[in-house]
Ligand binder design. Structure first.
Ligand SMILES: [Zn+2]
Length: 398
């Protein structure tokens, strides 16, 4: 496995994409760095996040960003239009008419026994009434939206249905290329696969310019001599030997602010990494951050924290406290719970015990030195609360 592939551990979905090496459309496996739920909550999939896409046939890989797939968008038809005579029209739709060009549908008057009378508003705000003369589309096409080509090609995403206004052919976007300029690869309904070069309305920044810009923005950072930055197809690759989480956050902020990059891939090597989850947990307690039913895990220098909190700024404070630690990522799966009541806190040099009530259950969080003390704490919790629903999350550290 290449080092790049190892940064994308999660198989996200499969897609038909044009493979440059095979020179034809292939099935690709798509991998992500974070776990996303594709069928639910698309608004939670951030744009401009890198996806590692590998051809099933030749293993050649390409990087695409999350916003470059139509199927990952919350509203995939936003900005697209229907084509006159090819799909059902409703008031409010945008429609491309062969003579009137791009229009908005103002009204649809359905007269029984004949085809509907459509009122359109063209780009000059003129109202036009036209009788729909053909209605050849099938059921599956009734709600089809298209991206117009070539005028609307620049923002094309993989999976977009397209309509070529000169040839009248429909097709589907199967690939994007960003070398020196932007190219869209389309598979047409007649089977042809064609590449279209997009005219850019603004100055198109090349890899060299993006690279220079990124290096310039990082030039004064104290660790800039440990930084390696290069751009491939408008994807910035950043390799860094970093001392702590603070540097990771700082670099993320700088790199993501660079205009016109599609996404970036960060490869961080930490200078030293001999920390344990309990050290992180203790640091949170020292800073007055209390999480009920808390668990802290460390995997490949990524921190995972789960539990419940009642103080509003807790997530922000966790990020702040962990800045000095040698970690690459802080993954918080903590939820606000307004009904957490502290029953008793014991804060001594060799232990920290917090007994609290959340809903109907009593939780014991903190750390002790032995299994015996852990059992004793449960007894203590019982006498404080007279509850039998006690969950003991104490860490035993020797
Ligand atoms: Zn291939």
């Amino acid at each position: 496995m290449s080092t790049e592939a190892s940064l994308f551990p999660i198989h996200f979905f499969d897609s038909e994409i044009f493979c440059k090496k095979c020179a034809q459309i292939r099935k690709f496996k798509i991998f992500s760095q974070e776990k996303y739920d594709k069928t639910y909550g698309k608004s939670e999939i951030p744009p401009n996040s890198p996806l590692f896409c590998r051809c099933e046939e030749c293993s050649d890989a390409a990087i695409y960003a999350t916003n470059e797939f139509a199927q990952l968008q919350e509203e995939p038809t936003l900005g697209l239009c229907k084509i006159w005579g090819m799909s059902n029209l409703e008031a409010g739709d945008m429609v491309f008419h062969p003579v009137e060009k791009l229009c908005a549908v103002d009204g649809v008057n359905r007269i029984s026994g004949s085809l509907p009378q459509i009122t359109l508003i063209n780009q000059n705000k003129e109202k036009i009434e036209i009788q729909l003369d053909v209605q050849t589309f099938g059921e599956q096409n009734a709600d089809a939206f298209y991206r117009l080509f070539p005028q609307n090609s620049k923002d094309a995403r993989i999976g977009d249905q397209i309509y070529h206004i000169k040839t009248g052919l429909t097709g589907k976007v199967v690939g994007l290329e960003f070398n020196g300029g932007q190219t869209v690869i389309i598979k047409f309904e007649n089977g042809d696969v064609e590449k279209y070069y997009c005219e850019y309305p603004i100055y198109y920044l090349t890899d060299d310019v993006l690279e220079l810009n990124a290096k310039w923005r990082c030039r004064d950072l104290p660790y800039s001599q440990n930084l390696q930055i290069y751009s491939r197809s408008k994807v910035l690759h950043v390799n860094c030997l970093a001392p702590n989480f603070n540097v990771v956050c700082e670099l993320n902020k700088i790199i993501s602010s660079i205009p016109q990059i599609r996404c970036f891939i960060m490869r961080i090597i930490l200078e030293k990494s001999n920390i344990s989850p309990i050290e992180i947990y203790k640091e949170l307690i020292r800073n007055g951050i209390y999480i009920c039913c808390c668990d802290v895990e460390l995997k490949n220098q990524d921190v995972y924290i789960t539990g419940f909190y009642s103080v509003k700024d807790t997530p922000k404070n966790i990020y702040r406290v962990l800045q000095k630690f040698p970690v690459k990522k802080v993954d918080l799966n903590i939820r606000m719970h307004s009904d957490i009541k502290t029953i008793k806190t014991i804060n001594e040099s060799d232990c920290f015990i917090k007994i609290s009530k959340m809903g109907k259950n009593v939780h014991i969080d903190g750390w002790v030195k032995s299994e015996k003390e852990k059992r004793k704490a449960k007894l203590k919790a019982f006498f404080c609360s007279f509850s039998l629903r006690i969950e003991n999350h104490l860490w035993v550290i020797s």
